[in-house]
Design a protein around this ligand. Structure first.
Ligand SMILES: *Cc1c(COP(=O)(O)O)cnc(C)c1O
Length: 379
């Protein structure tokens, strides 16, 4: 039997990526600018609709960092951040010398809880500082409570940095994720829904904000014949080679969203008679999830030895990758001293949650191997 590794989420090329990369070589556009960078930005702007301006960058993390700079975050400021996320959502707060304030998730979307968010804002203001920004994340491609979070943010006049790194192709009430924040962020890392081998983008509501982001991303060079600088610069622009991969990937994005959604349905069917397992799905039809990763929660039972970790090890024994949910930031060693507001919902999810192979390139044979592990584990 073929026992090759089944990955959580691996790159899935569409076919034309090589064509765009070859064009870059043929024209000697092997640089952090060029026709593929402009082309990818145009493709993304068309895809996101809703008057979005896109700047292609070297990573999603770079986009978050520049987003915080554009929102005016400086040393000593406080920035609110969803606790349950990948560390890249929170690290740029520290790059700026600001203080992260972590907020728990709610149980419907696993994202920023609007109630804990407002409690935190009220308390921070009472302690003397109005938070400078709110980082909200669409975890695993399920949109956060877009309207509720916006109401709270507007009530206190705090801008939202929308971390849509996992949610390209997701939407809420027909509007694409990436366009809800005052600044949006996308990632094209190797394991994301589409990849440029490594890369990201910043999404802004105006052309001038995009221009400012690109200015910072290319060393903040002033308009002069010599190299003249009045502000701190960064080397965060995307290479024209990587952007070529991205242009090929944009051609297959919607297909890949469809295939990831099929993987989610596959798990819903597989677990429908297994009471100990709940598959994470969007709360209602307003939420359209790309299901970048399909995730489950396992109700632990000491009687029959069922728990998240035992299931993970059963997959591992079959050479199948699965992974616990993101460990919340407020319990990470690097972040544990910063304030946290909430009721341990994210900690409980972390305890019992598992991400399962979700790639758009999984085969029927691989699905059978996954199903066999599950059938054997829960028999
Ligand atoms: C992947 C990811 C990022 C960072 O993107 P990179 O392109 O890897 O720097 C940020 N936030 C979340 C939620 C992510 O999943």
């Amino acid at each position: 039997m073929n026992n090759s590794k089944i990955w959580l989420s691996s790159p899935h090329m569409g076919g034309n990526e090589r064509k765009f990369v070859k064009e870059a070589f043929d024209a000697n556009w092997v640089a952090p600018l060029g026709p593929n960078v402009n082309g990818l930005e145009q493709d993304l702007e068309n895809y996101l609709e809703n008057q979005a301006f896109v700047g292609a960058l070297s990573s999603g993390t770079a986009a978050i960092h520049l987003g915080l700079i554009l929102l005016g975050v400086q040393a000593g400021d406080e920035v609110i951040c969803q606790s349950m996320t990948f560390s890249a959502s929170a690290n740029p707060i520290l790059y700026q010398g600001a203080t992260p304030i972590f907020i728990d998730s709610e149980i419907d979307t696993w994202n920023l809880c609007p109630i804990a968010l407002e409690e935190a804002i009220i308390d921070r203001i009472a302690k003397g500082k109005t938070p400078k920004a709110i980082i909200a994340v669409h975890l695993y491609g399920v949109p956060y409570k877009v309207e509720e979070i916006r109401v709270v943010a507007d009530k206190y006049g705090i801008p939202i940095l929308e971390d849509s790194a996992e949610a390209l192709g997701s939407s809420y009430k027909g509007q694409k994720c990436g366009t809800f924040g005052d600044i949006g962020v996308l990632s094209f890392n190797g394991n994301k829904i589409i990849t440029t081998s490594g890369g990201g983008a910043i999404v802004t509501p105006t052309a001038s904000l995009k221009d400012k982001a690109v200015f910072y991303a290319t060393q903040s060079r002033d308009n002069a014949p010599h190299y003249q600088h009045s502000e701190i610069g960064y080397n965060y622009r995307m290479s024209n080679i990587c952007a070529g991969i991205g242009r090929g990937q944009m051609e297959v994005l919607d297909d890949h969203v469809g295939l990831r959604r099929k993987m989610n349905t596959f798990y819903v069917d597989l677990f429908k008679d297994i009471a100990a397992v709940t598959v994470f799905t969007a709360p209602n039809d307003d939420y359209f999830a790309n299901y970048w990763l399909s995730a489950i929660v396992v109700e632990p039972s000491s009687e029959d030895g069922i728990n998240r970790e035992a299931l993970r090890l059963a997959f591992e024994a079959a050479n199948i990758e699965s992974r616990p949910l993101w460990k919340p930031m407020h319990v990470q060693p690097i972040f544990s001293t910063y304030p946290y507001y909430g009721n341990k919902i994210s900690e409980t999810l972390f305890e019992n949650g598992l991400c399962l192979p979700s790639g758009s390139n999984l085969t029927d044979v691989e699905r059978e191997r996954i199903a066999a592990v599950i059938a054997n584990f829960f028999k």
